[in-house]
Design a protein around this ligand. Sequence first.
Ligand code: C5P
Length: 213
Amino acid sequence: IKPIVIAVDGPAASGKGTVSRRIAHFYDLEYLDTGRLYRGVGWLVLASGLDPRNPDEAASIAETFTLPLIDGADIRTPEVGRAASHVAAVPAVRAALLQFQRDFAFNPPAGRAGTVLDGRDIGTVICPDATVKLFIDASAEERAKRRWKELSLQDPSIALESVLDDIRRRDRRDASRAAAPMKAAQDAHLIDTTNLDIDGAFAAVRRVIDRAT
Ligand code: C5P
C-alpha cells in the first residue's frame, strides 16, 4: 500500500513547522523539516569558512551533506537562515538533497502509515503526488512578530523592523529564484494563519486532511 504523504509548504514563520509537527503527532506520521537540510548546508558552508553566495562552494558542501554533520549546531539563527536561502537557490544544492527527501517521504518506518514534510517545494517538486498538499501563509507583519517573539528570548535587543526586513528579503529570494521557487501547488489547500492561533490553524488543517484521506 502507498504511504500517506502530507506536503506542507509556505514562507518563513507562517506556522508551517508547528502545524506539521501537530499533524505528525495527531495522525501518527513521520515528520521531516526540510528547512533543516538547507539550514544545515548553509551552516556547514559558514563553519567551513566558505561563502554561501558562491554556488560552487555551496554545491560542494551539499554533495557530501548528511544530517549527523550538524548534530548540536545552532541552525535557527537569522544568519544561518540567510545562508540557507542563498544556498537553496543553487540547482546543484537542491539536486543533492532531492533523493533523501523522496526516500524519506515514501518509506515511513514500520508501523507508521506515512509522512509529513514541510518546506517550500514539497507539493510542487519533491512530492507532486502527495496525498494532501497544504500551503500555510500569513501576512509578513504577523510572521515577523512571531519570529521576533522567538528570537528576542535569546537576544532581547533584536528589533522587530530588522526581523521584518529579513523575512521580506527571504520571501523575495525564495519566491523569485529559478530553481524550485516557493509557490503553492495548483492543487494545494491555502490556509492563512494571520488571524489564527495554533489551535485554529490546526483545526483548519484537520478539516482538509480528514476530507481527503
Ligand atoms: O523553513 P526554513 O526557514 O527553516 O528554511 C530556511 C531556508 O531554506 C528557506 O528560506 C529556503 O530558502 C530554504 N528552503 C528551501 N526549500 C525547502 C525548505 C527550505 O528552499 N524545501
